[in-house]
Ligand binder design. Sequence first.
Ligand SMILES: Cc1cc2nc3c(=O)[nH]c(=O)nc-3n(C[C@H](O)[C@H](O)[C@H](O)COP(=O)(O)OP(=O)(O)OC[C@H]3O[C@@H](n4cnc5c(N)ncnc54)[C@H](O)[C@@H]3O)c2cc1C
Length: 447
Amino acid sequence: MNIVGGGLAGTLLALVLARHGWQVELFERRSDPRVRPGERGRSINLALAARGLRGLAAAGVAERIAPLAMPMRGRYIHEHDGSGALHRYGQDDSEVIHSISREALGRALIDAAGAEPRIALHFDMTCVGVDLARDALLFGDDGKVRRRVPLAPTIAADGAGSAVRTALATAGAIRVREEMLAHDYRELTIPAAEARDLDPHALHIWPRGGFMLIALPNTDGSFTATLFLAREGSPSFAELGDAPAIEAFFRREFPGALPRLPHLVRDFRDHPQGRLGTVYTDPWHLEGKLLLLGDAAHAIVPFHGQGMNCAFEDVAVFDALLARHADFATLFAAFTRLRRPDADAIAQMAIENYLEMRATVLDPVYQRRKALGVALERAFPDRFIPRYSMVMFHPEIGYAEALRRGTVQEEILATLDAAAGAVPAPGIPAQARALIEARLPPIGARA
Ligand SMILES: Cc1cc2nc3c(=O)[nH]c(=O)nc-3n(C[C@H](O)[C@H](O)[C@H](O)COP(=O)(O)OP(=O)(O)OC[C@H]3O[C@@H](n4cnc5c(N)ncnc54)[C@H](O)[C@@H]3O)c2cc1C
C-alpha cells in the first residue's frame, strides 16, 4: 500500500493502516523532519478540535500529542478602541479547542511512524505524475521521472496542491474545481515578552469588518498572528508594499496589536503571502487503485479551523471502514459516499465563518442570538447545540447534519429574537420549547 504525502493526514493514515496489518510505503517530498530544521511562514500553529482528536485516537497517538496542545476556551475579541472581552466557545472548560504547532505535530507523527516496523518512510521523493496506462506512480524532479512505483493501491494525501490530483485531472480521469478567495494571508510573530498580558487560553481576534488579524498561543508564551486581507483594492496587501505603508496600516487599523509586533516589517518580508481556496474534486477515487484523502481531495479555507480536523476525521472514518470492506474498490467507494457530503458542508461553513469572525462577531444582534443559543443548549441539550459547537465539539454529528440543523436553529433564533424585541426578557422564551420540539428531533434520532 502506497501513501503519497507524509504530512498530517498521510502520516496518520499510515499509522492506522499499519495497525490493521498493512505494509505501508510513505513517500514525502520534503526531507526528514527528524534531521532538518523547521520551516516557517505556513500556518505555524493550528486549532485542533474533537474531530482531529478522534483521528489521533484511531491511530493510537492521542496521548503522545496531548502535551503539545494549548487549550483555548474562546475567542478574545479586540475592538478598535482597545476594549476587549472573551467570548466562550462552549458551555464550560470541557468544551475547548487546542492550539498546536504544525511542526511539532507533524514531527510527533513522523516519530510514531518511524518507530512502526510496517511503515517504510521515503523522504525527498516528489511525486510528479501518475501513469494510468501502466498503473505507476512517477517520482522525480525538474520534470524528469527518476523512479516508477506500481500504483495499486495508492492513497494520495499530498495536500491542497496535490500533484496526484493534478495528474488525474490532466488525464481526464477526474474533474477538479478550485474556488480561490480574493483574500490572502500572512503570518506574523508576537514574541512572549510582548504577549505577557494576552490571555494564553484564547484565540485572539481583531475583527475589522472586511479583514482581520488573529493570534493563536504557542506553548512557549509567544503567539502566531495571521493577517487575512484582500489581495487587491483598498485596503489590501497590494497597498502594503513597503515598511511605511505596513506600519501606517497597522497604526490605523490595529493600534492595540502594533506594539506586540516588533518584527512586523521583517515578518512581512520573510513570510510568504499565502493564497486560500476551496477544492472540489469528483470522483475522489479510481476504482480500487487510487484514493484522494485530506486536502488533496477537499481543501477548504481555514476560518473554521477544520481543514486538518476534517482530514484526521477522514482517517478515523477510513479506519472504521477498513474493518468492514474486503476489497479496496468497495472501500474507496464507501469512503467517498460517506465523506463527500460532510466535506462539502464544512467547505461551506468554513467560508461562512470568515464573515462571522471578521465582522458579525461585533454585531449586537449576533451577540444576542449567540447568548440565546447557549441558553437553549443548556435547556435542550439533546436537541439544540449551536452550530459552532456541533462542528468543534460533537464529532458524533456529521458536518452535513451540523449544517442542516444549524440552518433550522438560525430560523428558530430569528423567530424568538424578533418576538422578544431588542431587549429580551431573561430566561428561555415560552415559545422556544414548541419550536424546538417541532423542528429539531433529538440528536441521533431519525428526522
Ligand atoms: C493559514 C492556514 C491556517 C490553517 N489553520 C487550521 C486550523 O487552525 N485547524 C485546522 O484543522 N486546519 C487548519 N488549516 C488547514 C490544514 O493546514 C490542512 O487542512 C491540513 O494540513 C491538511 O492535511 P493534509 O495532510 O491533507 O495536507 P498537508 O498537511 O498539506 O500535507 C501534504 C504533504 O504532502 C507533501 N507533498 C506535497 N506534494 C507532494 C508531492 N508531489 N510528492 C510527495 N509529497 C508531496 C507535502 O510536503 C506535505 O507533507 C489551515 C490552513 C492554512 C493555510
